[in-house]
Design a protein around this ligand. Structure first.
Ligand code: BGC
Length: 839
């Protein structure tokens, strides 16, 4: 073992440190100590490393809640800027957020691809395109690791959907694996030297991702010569020896899990070589060394950065607002945007539930607890003052949500929240406490036994009238308030514990209650529905040691309570009236965490509720209509030809409301380009289904023809908007293109002229349409440029050679593409500006 770490005055080889440990000590280091920390080992100077999610902010050492941390724009907005500088800045900011909390490893970026637009978790991942994904990831990793925080590329690999994610088997060709799904990992390893990766939940071609000798040992550590660490996704490890031999270095979370004593036994039985364990430990020590967590023999521990910007500081606000706005995409505009801000007192009707309840992040493990949130209503009012008239729109959520804590008062403390009592099977009181949120975790780990009954008591902050009351979480519920009773039996649906945890069953009803009514909600928990019992279904084929069987939580249990919503008919009529009374209507529509979440996929791209009707009625009533789409992923737009402009605003983070307002008025130009093609209809995409078949297989039959590659080849009707499309507020003329062989490969230079009256930014995209019929068109390079009004700039785009090869399955090797083909200089493949034949 040759790695060396400098200490004060001399060098200690990492291998020597490994050799100082017994087998049991080594194995102990290879499973987490808690949900997000590792065990340290003082005698070799190994600090207990701390990990945190993730892609939209550094939440800290908890799954739920935690301290207030900066909430970033969704990954789709970061990639949408097509700008390495932005992605690198995000990486630096994530590192600062991590350092403030003494976190060594941030669990991100997520670099799975948008294979089908139904994927629930796409908001966390960059794009349908592997090159844009790999380049954005590389820049983000450079930013993070350049300031000493390890990135963790996830999820290795072929994890593009959520349905039955712990059990499904992604079946794909070696060609698709190499050319598409591994490419972002390869790029972030080669171009940014990422220090860690996370193995996915799913199987890949019949072998669990955590046991992928072919991918982990063969390709990533072998062919790429990568010296980093691979950790499991949380509870993903399915078998002991197979994962240790298959290249997994670290099991998360801990304690517990399938390694520990079982792995020691496997080594003693000769099923796993001790040298394999040594290699895992060596990689762990190397990671620790890189993040300043290894201080053998007197070496000084890494000092954590001081004086970092606070989560709500002006610096952070400026960054988060600018980054969000830059990634937003103008997909249609007949000149109505940007909104006129000077010399007019024309009223602007701002309409829709998302305008007053802006969705700033998706659901799942990426969720953070932001210091504040900003709605589009607040943001636009801050810029346009009382020109803005706001009107609510129809409901957008089908599932009830947990109560706003401000609506609840704990009768015992008089403070916001509720009183919680947990009882055991014999009625014994196990715990009694105040909760300042409406959600509790029912977990017996620290109580000595599993509670079977929870009683939640709260007084509603309410003047009397209709209230929506209910609950989230599996169990038999009984709610009593002012002499009225509600009951419901909620059962876990599906067998995926992640889904059970993140999307618990729910119910809610509207009841009339007097002012300040006290609600007593009692839930009896039926042990038969605990996930570990569901998981023992033989069809799922889980081994006895599977880590999933330790995931015993029943998930979120919460009280639902809030003012009863106004009926949709009333809201639609009021919205229409508001539109008719204003010169311009801005309608905000979108998705919620019901659709954009980890652990569940979508079934349709249609906007939920009656939002399409809202846009249609507003467009008929208003003189001018602008639609803002508050969603990270494609939605259908049956009303597109009736509106004047559409801005795709993504899930814009804590500064989201201000960022949308700045984009609408042009205070910040929305320079984004779409990171995914937007289908014209449900099903009209080269890859669509996300539900595995009876054998739990999900076939990636689309091969390397996903997204724009597949549309271009005619595998689906043309999309509504192509990947790469985005108008910004400039207008552009392209000159002739020069292509030549540069030092690092093919380069294309083109002059672009900003023919508009404002300074703007153009993103020159270069696609390669290969000569071979079986090869899809693909993005091979892009370069952004800021150009003053009326000026011309020469832009050189370097084409990445990794996109100019094909995987030869017969030879088991890369081969260059055939000579010929064409370079397309395009603003998305729907707007090709020049074609250059290649020799
Ligand atoms: C997710 C990971 C995440 C982990 C820890 C899992 O559910 O798939 O991406 O990092 O939880 O929260």
């Amino acid at each position: 073992m040759t790695d060396a770490t400098p200490t004060s005055g001399r060098t200690v080889r990492l291998g020597e440190l490994v050799d100082r440990l017994s087998l049991a000590e080594k194995v102990h280091l290879l499973t987490g100590a808690t949900a997000f920390t590792l065990p340290g080992h003082e005698t070799i100077g190994l600090a207990p490393l701390a990990f945190s999610d993730g892609p939209t902010g550094v939440r800290g050492l908890t799954f739920v809640g935690g301290d207030a941390v900066a909430l970033f724009p969704s990954a789709t907005l970061i990639a949408g800027s097509f700008d390495d500088g932005i992605a690198e800045e995000v990486g630096r900011m994530l590192s600062e957020e991590a350092q403030r909390q003494h976190i060594h490893v941030v669990l991100g970026p997520t670099i799975n691809l948008h294979r089908t637009p139904l994927g629930g978790r796409l908001f966390e991942a960059y794009s349908e395109d592997p090159y844009l994904t790999g380049r954005t990831a590389s820049a983000c990793v450079r930013g993070m690791q350049g300031s000493g925080t390890a990135a963790c590329l996830k999820h290795l690999v072929a994890n593009e959907s959520e349905t039955l994610r712990n059990f499904m088997d992604s079946r794909l060709s070696e060609t698709a694996l190499r050319e598409l799904y591994l490419l972002p990992f390869e790029m972030a390893v080669q171009d940014a030297g990422a220090w860690s990766m996370m193995a996915a939940y799913n199987d890949v071609n019949g072998v669990p991702a955590t046991e992928q000798d072919h991918v982990q040992n063969g390709i990533v550590k072998g062919e790429w010569g990568w010296d980093g660490l691979i950790m499991s996704d949380w509870f993903a490890t399915k078998r002991t020896a197979a994962s240790a031999n298959g290249g997994l270095d670290l099991v998360m979370p801990g304690p517990g899990g399938p390694w520990g004593k079982r792995l020691v036994t496997a080594v003693r039985a000769g099923e796993v070589a001790e040298a394999t364990i040594d290699d895992h430990v060596l990689r762990l020590l190397r990671l620790a060394e890189r993040v300043g967590g290894l201080t053998p023999e007197g070496r000084q521990p890494r000092p954590w950065a001081q004086g970092l910007p606070a989560v709500d500081s002006p610096v952070r606000k400026e960054q988060l607002r600018r980054i969000a706005a830059r990634g937003m995409t103008v997909v249609a505009n007949n000149g109505v945007l940007p909104l006129v801000t000077e010399g007019t007192d024309d009223a602007v009707a701002l309409i829709g539930r998302h305008a007053i309840d802006t969705v700033d992040m998706g659901g799942g493990s990426a969720v953070v607890n932001p210091p504040y949130r900003s709605t589009i209503a607040e943001g636009l009012a801050a810029l346009l003052g009382d020109r803005v008239r706001t009107a609510d729109g129809p409901a957008v959520r089908a599932r009830p949500v947990a109560a706003d804590p401000a609506f609840l008062t704990d009768p015992a403390t008089g403070t916001p929240g509720m009183q919680v009592v947990l009882r055991g099977a014999d009625g014994t009181e196990l715990a009694r406490y105040h909760s300042d949120t409406p959600a509790i975790s029912i977990d017996g780990d620290h109580l000595g036994q599993d509670p079977t009954v929870a009683v939640l008591t709260t007084a509603l902050v309410h003047d009397g009238g209709p209230v929506r009351l209910g609950a989230l979480g599996a169990g038999r519920w009984h709610l009593a308030a002012a002499g009225q009773e509600l009951t419901a039996e909620l059962r876990l649906e599906g067998q995926d514990p992640g889904e059970a945890m993140l999307r618990p069953p729910a119910f809610a009803e509207v009841v009339e209650l007097p002012a300040a009514a006290t609600v007593t909600a009692t839930v009896a928990l039926d042990p038969a529905v605990r996930p570990e019992n569901l998981l023992r279904d033989p069809a799922l084929g889980l081994a006895e040691e599977s880590h999933l069987l330790e995931m015993t939580t029943l998930g979120r249990t919460a009280l639902v309570a809030g003012p009863a919503p106004r009926p949709d008919d009333e809201l639609l009529a009021a919205a229409e009236a508001a539109a008719a009374a204003a010169g311009t209507a801005v309608v905000v529509v979108g998705l919620t965490e019901d659709q954009e979440t980890e652990a569940a996929d979508k079934t349709t791209l249609a906007l939920p509720g009656r939002q399409d009707e809202l846009v249609t009625r507003v467009a008929a009533a208003a003189e001018r209509t602008v639609v803002v789409v508050n969603a990270a992923t494609p939605v259908l737009m049956p009303w597109l030809d009736r509106v004047d402009a559409v801005l795709v605003a993504g899930l814009p983070g804590q500064e989201g409301g201000h960022a949308v307002a700045a984009a609408l008025t042009g205070a910040l130009e929305p320079t984004g380009r779409l990171v995914t093609s937007w289908p014209a209809a449900d099903g009209a995409a080269p890859a669509w289904d996300v539900v595995p078949d009876g054998d739990l297989a999900l076939r990636y039959d689309d091969g390397t023809f996903i997204g724009h590659r597949g549309y271009h080849a005619g595998h689906a009707p043309a999309p509504l908007f192509w990947f790469g499309h985005g108008l910004g507020y400039g207008s552009w003329e392209y000159g002739t293109v020069q292509a030549r062989a540069g030092e690092s490969g093919l380069e294309a230079t083109v002059e672009v002229t900003n023919t508009s009256a404002r300074n703007s930014r153009e993103t020159v995209q270069v696609y390669l349409d290969p000569a071979e019929d079986d090869q899809p068109v693909r993005l091979v390079g892009y370069q952004g440029v800021d150009v003053p009004a009326g000026a011309t700039a020469a832009v050189t785009v370097r084409c990445d050679e990794r996109l100019r090869r094909r995987w030869d399955e017969a030879a088991g090797a890369w081969a260059p593409l055939a000579a010929g083909g064409e370079l397309l200089i395009a603003r998305g493949l729907g707007d090709v500006r020049a074609r250059v034949p290649l020799p």
